[in-house]
Design a protein around this ligand. Structure first.
Ligand SMILES: C[S@@+](CC[C@H](N)C(=O)[O-])C[C@H]1O[C@@H](n2cnc3c(N)ncnc32)[C@H](O)[C@@H]1O
Length: 266
């Protein structure tokens, strides 16, 4: 991990700064400078959650994504091929509007297997966080294959392990509809974005969720089973001070995208 990465990390609960500690046996930890809480680094990925702290929908989806991680890219490609002539069309549409200058810090919350990073300028600095260790392992493999660099973290969107005002763009696609706490995740995405940064939040529309419930493919059905609420765009959860708030449709109307800018002095 780069030295300037540690400078933007914090304890996701207390928000205190962290320092790197290496034990005699070579194990690495990030340690809270005030609380002394230790977060292990496993296979180069700092782990900011422990299984007893994950509850509710987050626990359920962590389990589901761990289970499908190996097949995720394969199935995602089939769906993209069937719905819009392939992944390139879909993914270019999904990252549409993201503007990055060389050296900008880009955070993808719920990075999954990292596919979106392939469609962004590679002279930015990429950071990805996800709740699922299975998805993050696939992401590590993909990054190697694609010769891309990104710093990866295991944690939840609701408690991000980054200091305030750290990123030039904060991006999320594909998980928020079923997070434990959508509002808290949005508060956190805004907190870690710099003043003037763009924030993008996208997920499936109700029509896709409904089709999923009726799907004959068992794992697709499992994803949408027992939903507590219909899908709505979470623009009502934004603080009123956010600027340039826009809602657009992507992937031929299958997904909504909410984008906005954090004010300079927020
Ligand atoms: C449909 S996938 C999208 C992955 C990637 N963004 C993409 O475009 O392919 C949803 C991702 O959200 C992650 N996720 C679900 N709940 C989460 C939470 N509370 N915090 C962080 N990530 C979460 C899952 O592990 C999964 O990788």
């Amino acid at each position: 991990m780069k030295k300037n990465t540690i400078e933007i990390l914090c304890n996701p609960i207390t928000k205190e700064k962290l320092r790197l500690e290496t034990t005699g046996s070579g194990e690495e930890f990030l340690v809270g400078v005030l609380s002394g809480r230790r977060f292990p680094i496993k296979n180069d990925i700092p782990v900011f959650i422990s299984s007893d702290e994950i509850t509710g929908a987050n626990k359920r989806y962590q389990g589901l994504y761990d289970k499908i991680a190996r097949g995720y890219d394969f199935f995602e490609k089939i769906v993209a091929d069937l719905t819009w002539g392939g992944r390139d069309n879909v993914r270019r549409d999904i990252v549409r509007g993201v503007r990055l200058n060389p050296g900008d810090r880009f955070l993808e919350v719920s990075v999954g297997t990292g596919i979106n990073l392939r469609y962004l300028p590679d002279d930015a600095e990429f950071f990805g966080l996800d709740i699922s260790s299975g998805m993050l392992s696939r992401c590590q493999r993909n990054l190697k294959k694609w010769k891309l660099q990104a710093e990866l973290f295991q944690g939840t969107a609701e408690q991000l392990p980054f200091c305030d005002n750290s990123f030039d763009v904060v991006y999320h696609f594909g998980g928020i509809n079923f997070f434990n706490d959508k509002k808290q995740a949005i508060v956190e995405m805004i907190r870690v974005a710099k003043g003037g940064a763009s924030i993008f939040i996208g997920d499936e529309n109700e029509n896709v969720a409904k089709a999923g419930e009726k799907s004959k493919i068992p794992f697709a059905k499992e994803f949408y089973a027992n939903r507590q609420e219909t899908v709505t765009v979470p623009d009502n959860l934004l603080p009123p001070t956010m600027l340039n708030v826009k809602v657009e449709q992507r992937w031929k109307g299958r997904f909504y995208f909410l984008s906005f800018v954090k004010p300079m002095n927020a």
